[in-house]
Design a protein around this ligand. Sequence first.
Ligand code: SAM
Ligand code: SF4
Length: 324
Amino acid sequence: MLCDPFGRHIEYLRLSVTDRCDFRCFYCLPRSHRDFETPGDWLTADEIERLVGQFAALGIKHVRLTGGEPLVRKGVDDIARRISALPGIEELSLSTNASRLGKFSGSLHQAGVRRLNISLDSLDEKRFEEITGSRLKPVLQGIEHAADCGFSPIKINMVIMRGINDGEIEGMIEYCLERGLTLRFIETMPVGQAGQSANQHYLPLSEIEARLRKRYQLQPAAMKGSGPASYFRIGDSDLIIGFITPRSQHFCDTCNRVRLSVTGDLHLCLGQEDHLALRPMLRAGASNQEIRQAIQAAIARKPERHRFNEAPTAIIRPMSALGG
Ligand code: SAM
Ligand code: SF4
């Protein structure tokens, strides 16, 4: 069992399988960014399997594949299959922009992925292109395909930006209601240069909640693996919406996660730079026991909370490097 100095049990590993992406969401990955990790530094599928096995032996139960865009990594379905076969791993989920779900949904479902988080900030083609630098149609097709393959739940993540997509919230509610999807709103975070320049569009979600309460009845709701979101059911419909408020109301006291980058750096907090480099240990022939001891020692220095509000320019790595 991994437990940090603040009594938080760490059971959840977010695994970035690539720092590359086929999108350039302006709040995440600057269009000018060229400083991607080199393939020789990426953890191989064997290294990922071995490392995640050690995390599982320490009590990690849930792994989420993320990126960058995880579906641009060749062999991501093989990585998923290996992880879901590891003893102790009870749940394997995926965060994606959905652009390649049309192609990969079937093999990912077969490989054991069940839960999907999908980024979707706009249903307007032009606005979607302005935000992501990419096309909306394959994304909507990918979502339909994933629903047909039986993923459940599928959660749509919408980063809310004042003056950009805050007028689309009711439309997104209708879209998710019609398709049986869960919808979560996220506040912008000042991670990396792109996240910091998106700060001008930061909108505290309490404003959105107040606006929605005028139109809908919001009943508190529970969601399995609910993590940092606070959830509400809309009236007596099947739609659950969630608010993720890292800025206006941080949820660090219930943090149960750590993050592993594609190069094998174990990050203890999204909003802090401290990390443990596991790749050099792996490649220098460390034993499994030595790796587990190093992970335990790192968890013992997990920070209490992020400092997004106090130090909004502190994190220079882009969000795409760690996967949110
Ligand atoms: N490419 C995948 C995707 O878009 O879902 C996985 C990686 S992406 C970095 C994970 C999540 O982080 C997405 O929901 C994205 O919207 C969110 N994200 C990226 N940059 C952000 C920022 N500056 N503030 C808040 N959320 C951000
Ligand atoms: Fe790519 Fe996801 Fe970042 Fe958008 S949010 S640029 S899809 S990693």
